[in-house]
Design a protein. Sequence first.
Length: 190
Amino acid sequence: MKFGEFMLKKADTTIYTWFVFLMTVCESVFLFVPPEVFMTPPIIANKKRTLPTIAAAAVGSVVGGIIAYAIGLWLFDSVGVWLIDNFASMEKFEMAKQLFIKHGVFIIVITAVTPVPYKLMAICAGFMGFPALLFLGVSAIFRTGRFAIVGLLLWKFQERANAIVKKYFWQLTVAAVLFAGLGILLMFAL
């Protein structure tokens, strides 16, 4: 059995749904790999995994958003500064604060539906005392919408995606790692 087929077989399990949840929590706090990377294998392995995978990513995002918000609110001087220093920069944090002041809820929407670092905005929201329920509500609606769109597209094109992953597993893996690395480099360059 090829490694790609082995991975798809493992992704077609309930335990992998918990993995999607955990990795989405991590992405919301410090990880730079988009949740869609973790959502793809179970959905292309088995269409029946679509809704549990979307739900795991959505709930993981809310839990991670709560953690990042709490870090900004209560632990900014210790954990928040450490996360920002190690995964972004204070200049980026200051820029995030200014964006929050200028755009408010709109910036939450942008970070929820794009690859812009959600974690930085979540920590900033807590630090600035942005209303928690508003932050979490807007985040939950738009992040869940994003995950649902990706999940439904994967569901619709599951057979084609499955064939592509089986044929080009290593090339796609290398491309994903390079893409994530490029994203991290761009974050540090800006």
